[in-house]
Design a protein around this ligand. Sequence first.
Ligand code: ADP
Length: 424
Amino acid sequence: MPIPPTDVEILHRLLIEGVQDYAIFALGVDGTILSWNTGAQRLKGYSASEIIGQHFSVFYPPEDKAWNKPAYELEEAARNGRIEDEGWRIRKDGSRFWANVTIMALRNESGTLIGYGKVTRDFTERRKAETQAIVDAQRFAAEEARRIAAEVQMREMESLVTRLRDQTTELERRRAEAEVANRAKSDFLAAMSHELRTPLNAIGGYAELLDLGVRGSVNEDQRADLARIRRSQQHLLGIINDLLNFSRIEAGQIHYNPSRVQVGEALETVASMIAPQAATRGVTLLAPANDPKAAAWADHAKVEQILINLATNAVKFTRDGGSVELRGWSDATAAYFVVRDTGIGIPADKLSDIFEPFVQVGRSLTQPSEGTGLGLAISRDLARAMDGDLTVTSEINVGSTFTLTLPVPTAAPAAATRAAAAAE
Ligand code: ADP
């Protein structure tokens, strides 16, 4: 005959059954659901009649059932008295909620396991808040990292700018120093050349006087010696004039007087000047008739100076039997003066070097050559100062072609030239 429950027991049962916020239910030793309260119905969606008698593993998702989590939790609770767990659980309608679960082992007075009590709470909202807090913290950390990286980059940029500014200042200082040194060099060259020219002119003058017999009669041997003295004097004077010329160009002291330059006429003048030199060397001089209308706008004397230098080089670097050709023309944009030879040619890696001062291809100290290595440097500086240029193409043992390009007379200067011609 069952003992009727006491008032306290009834109160206790009603309390458990009435709790709404917690699912509280009892399991048999094998995990079968034995009781069900209002909270359990609210949380899981089953009514007491639907669920009592079923195994409590119906609340676990398949991935947990796959490794026997329900049985494991019961074992753990039996072993340790209780087990607490958080994880996904399934409602009757199949939806998931994040549950906080406590399973307690229930034993009778003699210590025999008679079942389990299970309390489940819905922590979905709390988990959402936690997850959100983590996401927020991650976002904040990422933003902080970006801000720090930007700051570091900013500081690097600042130091780069400072370094650049320092370098620019240093470069400017060096440029100023180089300019001073360059000016000193030009002044020195100019002074030296000037000082050397005076005695050299005297040497030439006195040699000529002796040659003329002013100081008494001169025999053939003496005349030959005087000629040698004159040649050496002329050669030295040529070098010194080059130096003086170069230092003046470098110092920007050259004055340019541009006018209409007849391409054909300039080339003919130069051809007649170097003809003797070409004949002596056995080099054929080709000066085809040039277009009489071809013209440049430049300083006449400077154009001739450049062309003489190019033509002299062409003859100097062409072997007996070779030829040198002087040709010119103009189009709407420029006037061209071409000096082509069939000489020894210039190595490809030296084509730009030869326009630098004092560069002579293949020259060694034991094998002095004519010239100073200044001619092309001077010529190109002059060409560029007149808004033109000097370029070269060459092939070893085939020959070299130097092209002087100059501006053409524009309508205004051409008209001015015609007006000046008409006035004469
Ligand atoms: P220089 O003739 O006084 O040596 P340049 O400046 O006129 O000086 O020429 C520089 C160098 O360029 C020459 O020493 C020579 O090596 C090379 N060069 C110039 N013109 C020619 C040419 N037509 N053929 C071959 N080499 C040339």
